[in-house]
Ligand binder design. Sequence first.
Ligand code: BGC
Length: 723
Amino acid sequence: MFRQLFLNKKKGFLLASILYTLPATAQTPPIYQDSTRPIEERIEDALSRMTTEEKVRMLHANGGYRSWGVPRLGLPDNNPTDGPTGLRPAMEWSNWNNARENSDSCTAFPAMICLAATWNPEIGQLYGKAYSEEALYRNKNIILGPGVNILRTPLNGRNFEYMGEDPYLASKIAVGYIQGVQSNHVAACVKHFAVNNQETGRMHIDTRVDERTLHEIYLPAFKAAVQQGHVWTIMGAYNQYNGQHCCHNAYLLQEVLRKQWHFDGVVLSDFGGTHNTREAILNGLDLEYGTHLGSPEAFDRYYLAAPYLSLIRNGEIGTAELDQKVRNILRMMFRTSLSPNRPWGVLASPEHSTIARRVAEEGLVLLQNADNLLPLDINRYKRILVTGENAMRKMALAGGSSESNARYEVTALEGIRNKIGNRAEVLYTPGYSSHPDANTDSLRNAAVEEARRADLIIFVGGLNKNAGNDSEGADRESLTLPYRQDELIHALAAVNPHIVAVMLSGNPYTMPWKDEVPAIVQAWYGGTEAGNAIASVLVGETNPSGKLPFTFPARIEDIGAHALQAYPGDGKSVEYKEGIFVGYRWLEREKIKPIFAFGHGLSYTAFTYSDLKLDKRQVGKGDKVVATLSVTNTGKRAGAEVVQLYVSDLKSSLPRPVKELKGFDKVFLQPGETKTVTFTLDQEAFSYYDPAQHGWTVEPGKFKISVGSSSSDIRLQSELSYL
Ligand code: BGC
């Protein structure tokens, strides 16, 4: 009988193979290939056809940026790409060296911190969509971004890859970006989950943070990515959280991500962030990248490769977790590389450059503009000195994993020359240099000599994505600008007061020269179109509308983590002693005045705020409050204002920040135009995380609503009672 069954089975198999090879019109595809069937059904069908070995092979890399599919079933490899701001160049197969392929020469979009400074989730969508088209062109189905780790210290080398110090702002911007990326059937990957806020000791540092702080400050952007952005993948962080590596951290991955947030996508490891097979199996890591490179055998030695298989073969571990991991990966594949709706890709198109430029322009923040020096009255200047190394420096192919091989990158000097070179003489001298052997004194003296003869100075400085100056793998040593730039700026301003500072960085820095320089522009790292965006703002073709996504403190001690000497820890662990008081939440509580406050940013026009109304003054649990107000452009230029709404809990049993951002809206207004701005506040806007209940709660009592142009420029206020 067994023999009979075997033969029948064999016949069945033969029949299936014949059917499978018949022309498409005559055969019924297997369920997993049938895109009209629900994804969950297709997943189960594919799973049922896979051997244990094939399943395990799907859980780890088979190249630097590649992991296995199942070729026998026609399931393709998965191909992630760094980083959040444009395609990372292809790497050589056995190491992390640039493979120098021309076909990866792409659009470099502005840094994430610049996107955050737009305060415009809609432009985030355009950004994400454009970038995903480039990913499609390179057959990439996962983009390893956005990064949403909160700026806890301005010394963190990777803040330029993240979205600033406020969880609400980061949440909104991340969601826009994710929706844009995924609308093209490319998975976004929100990273690095979680509490990855410094590069010092990043591979092992044990981050000690209390439960309330975790949920109020460090998790909301991830939660929004999952619940509002419906992100399809998430990357575990390198560091540990409360004693366990984040890539296989039971609390973060099982309790929070899967159980509380119902995440149904893939948890992938940061590259080299996996350290333990059992924990990875049991605590919810699905896909392991970057553990070793170097030889084909290296991939078998991944924690979720041969070691996993032997645990199964020895009967030490079952296959329930394995099936769950493969389900998660297949689900992501059906949403991306196997989606019938996946469009064609486009690389470095003019449309993408236009979007990159729009983001660079909208993110640019006018910090200071004494005597209305900006926009430049070009007819007044005959001889313009551009100075500072950053004026000439290309930034896209630098900084670590978020580097891009930009097809072109317009520097600030080129942008300025493009725009005004035919109307005035534009001279350049470096003024300072990042080269260790540079003679800084003679560079400075040469610039000062030129400055005397110029009728306008445009200084372009800041940080530069070198190690220790906004770069992955190393934090900054101090808040001071490198290469003695402060001395140079003082010296330039002393001989010529007509000076504009254009600062490129992803972090704040000290400005001892603030009162000597009338106009200061924060221009981030603007990507392909950086220089054109800067020039457009300088001459007033673009009216700046960016706002700071972080505070500019006067001194490093004005930041909670530093005031309490809770950074960078002792090499083993770091305790977040300042708790929820991060960024402006700390400065406001301590009544410290920053140089520029969170949310600050000027315009070439002016806006007035009026008529703040709340639709109710008494709010019951579950009620929504609608706040409306009018904003008018009272100046002579069209412009955009980011209207910000902050909530204060006037009396609470746990300490709460003076106020917290709970709404914002970017409003575009013609001269003289008035618009009504509406905010709908739900219970979340008034809640805090109560560690005693392990959840969010709202306390009865009075709340203040403040609306303004920055966290330190509140224009209207009102109050309500929560019942
Ligand atoms: C970084 C990630 C990046 C990965 C892959 C890691 O070093 O932390 O952000 O996506 O490398 O390049």
